[in-house]
Design a protein around this ligand. Structure first.
Ligand SMILES: *Cc1c(COP(=O)(O)O)cnc(C)c1O
Length: 402
């Protein structure tokens, strides 16, 4: 596509994140549109047969097929790479497509992966079930225990994989230590940064090699589409990830890419405000619950580490009610404003019971081992006035006798 008023990397790289989030990666067509154009096309046509041959051989730059390139998708990839401070980014159709691509593109039978045990249910399934099925050995460790990562290393360890903060227990992994350890052993560290995003936490600055996202969450921010992203070096993208992605096709549709582009324009504002709101709500109910899991509150065992790694703690936290599943479900049913929903990162406040939803797919033993108890609730605090959210939680807690 002709870049009539596009900026190149040497300029956009120098912009601050908020500018990158609004303007980064924009290519304007000959119409000079202000908002990014949506190219809903699967194929491309060429002036002559030599031109298509030159594109396929790599002699000529240009699009050939939307599983390989699409202008709207490319704008999103460039924008995410800029915000992340990464050399390159590729987007996928969902967060799980991103995680699967990030892992399977680099692992082969005979390799070994080490993962933090506190993780999103499907991420645990990749590590516990899918990897072993293809001859990839896997070990899960207590992510907050630095020594456990070192003990788990084997000669064939190829990847460290973890979320920080983790879904849904908000466990924090010491990125400088764990990514440094990986580097010293030639292991690739893959960090799932969905809860924070690059505007609150920058894993590459702590030594991460690859940053992977469910862009469905805070990045997109308004609960509309699924999307995923993987960020890393040009070399990783070209030599490892792209051969896998181009031939297996976990692509993001141009329409969904366009929605995420719009979401990124307000990412910084939303992330900051929702973090403030989540802190206010967490403080307000902390004394009423059996256990509060919010890395921005001094009661969190990794409060210091979280303050070092994160600019703010994001919209999500978890808390446990003493009365187990029955009380947790009664609490959800008593909510009037906050929706019962297992999504997160949305501009609306949403609450769910991981035991019966997001983590239902992992065995009860594994759930308990990763800190997901029957009374645990995970909440995403949105952009509503926090006083209204607090009032709703207050009345629901009262109705369940707390
Ligand atoms: C939601 C989530 C995923 C999966 O993303 P989808 O977009 O739902 O496929 C992966 N990791 C974390 C930490 C998540 O919260």
């Amino acid at each position: 596509m002709k870049k009539t008023t596009g900026f190149d990397r040497s300029t956009t790289k120098k912009w601050h994140a908020a500018t990158q989030a609004v303007r980064g990666g924009t290519w304007r067509s000959e119409h000079g549109e202000t908002s990014e154009a949506l190219f809903l096309t699967s194929g491309y046509s060429y002036d002559n047969a030599e031109s298509v041959a030159a594109r396929f051989s790599g002699e000529e730059q240009g699009m050939t097929y939307s599983r390989l390139q699409n202008p709207t998708v490319a704008m999103l990839e460039e924008r995410i790479a800029l915000i992340e401070g990464a050399e390159a980014c590729r987007v996928q159709s969902s967060g799980m497509a991103a995680m699967t691509t990030a892992l399977l593109s680099q692992l082969s039978a005979g390799d070994h992966i080490v993962s933090a045990k506190a993780a999103f249910g499907s991420c645990r399934w990749l590590v516990d079930t899918l990897c072993p099925r293809f001859g990839i050995e896997s070990t899960v460790v207590e992510g907050s225990d630095n020594a456990a990562w070192e003990r788990a290393i084997r000669p064939n360890t190829k990847v460290f994989f973890f979320e920080t903060p983790a879904n849904p227990t908000l466990d924090i992994v010491d990125m400088a230590y764990v990514c440094g350890l990986a580097k010293a052993h030639g292991i690739t560290s893959v960090v799932d940064n969905a809860f924070a995003t690059a505007v609150l936490q920058r894993p590459l600055e702590f030594g991460a090699d690859v940053v992977a996202y469910s862009a469905t969450k805070l990045m997109e921010g308004q609960g509309r589409v699924l999307a995923g992203a993987v960020c890393g070096t040009e070399k990783f993208m070209n030599e490892v990830l792209l051969p896998f992605q181009r031939n297996t096709g976990p692509n993001l549709s141009p329409f969904n890419a366009w929605v995420v582009l719009k979401g990124l324009e307000t990412l910084q504002l939303r992330a900051q405000r929702q973090s403030e709101n989540a802190l206010a709500v967490g403080q307000a109910i902390e004394g009423r619950v059996a256990r509060m899991l919010h890395p921005g509150l001094a009661s969190h065992p990794q409060y210091e580490l979280a303050s070092r790694q994160m600019d703010a703690c994001g919209p999500i936290f978890a808390f446990e009610l003493p009365g187990g599943a029955a009380q947790a479900m009664a609490f959800l049913n008593a909510l009037e404003l906050v929706d019962i929903s297992n999504n997160i990162g949305d501009s609306r406040s949403l609450c769910c019971h991981p035991w019966t939803t997001t983590h239902y797919g992992v065995s009860p033993d594994v759930r308990l081992d990763m800190g997901v108890g029957e009374g645990l609730l995970r909440i995403n605090i949105g952009l509503e006035d926090p006083r209204d959210v607090i009032a709703d939680l207050d009345q629901a807690l009262t109705r369940v006798g707390l």
